[in-house]
Design a protein. Structure first.
Lengths: 120, 108
């Protein structure tokens, strides 16, 4: 089990870029896939995308290429940038470890989440 | 996109009841189905992965199953007070995966 901690601004202006960092402790980021997930207030969960420590990525097409996920192995961190934000991007943002076995892929460790509000 | 439909969206039950939540996929996802529990203000917690594999540390009253590659169930054999929260299914047959809309279990 690893620990994950999200950090970043809690308030972002419309049309600007949301930037978050997730610090992984208790294990190496160079051993798994990692993901960002978000949850608008009072609503359900949405996968933003995944990254392998070597840099390969997959994104949710619904975000229309606005999302960029990256890793910094020297700092054991992953990051999220979401450009051209609107009020619809207001959500709690989670980072998570994306693990797998013969039967599925799944999020088995999560950060506590950070609320990002998009407002002028 | 694979759509995941959970039912019911909410249910009322009592401590000790046996409850079943259903998740239907819009196409076959074989075994790539997970269940999460989310308490208010907290991150989701993995309960079941690969349709029926209990995550380490999760109580044995939780179980997962499937009727087919598209219809899946989460069963709580005897509801405990801490189980009255929200549950989500998730498919990871396709990337990046999609969640159901959630099922809130409430006290009757």
């Amino acid at each position: 089990q690893v620990q994950l901690q999200e950090s970043g601004p809690g308030l972002v202006k419309p049309s600007e870029t949301l930037s978050l960092t997730c610090t992984v402790s208790g294990g190496s980021i160079s051993s798994s896939y990692w993901s960002w997930i978000r949850q608008p207030p009072g609503k359900g969960l949405e996968c933003i995308g995944h990254i392998y420590y070597r840099g390969s990525t997959n994104y949710n097409p619904s975000l229309k290429s606005r999302a960029t996920i990256s890793v910094d192995t020297s700092k054991n961190q992953l990051s999220l940038e979401l450009s051209s934000v609107t009020a619809a991007d207001t959500a709690v943002y989670y980072c998570a470890r994306y693990s797998s076995d013969w039967y599925s892929y799944y999020f088995d460790d999560w950060g506590q989440g950070t609320l990002v509000t998009v407002s002028s | 996109d694979i759509q995941m439909t959970q039912s019911p969206s909410s249910l009322s039950a009592s401590v000790g009841d046996r409850v079943t939540i259903t998740c239907r996929a819009s196409q076959s996802i074989t075994t790539y189905l997970n269940w999460y529990q989310q308490k208010p203000g907290k991150a989701p917690n993995l309960l079941i992965h690969g349709t029926s594999y209990l995550q380490s540390g999760v109580p044995l009253r939780f179980s997962g199953g499937s009727v087919s590659g598209t219809n899946f169930t989460l069963t709580i054999s005897s509801l405990q007070p801490e189980d009255f929260v929200t549950y989500y299914c998730q498919q990871t047959f396709t990337t990046p995966g999609t969640f159901g809309q959630g099922t809130k279990v409430e006290v009757k």
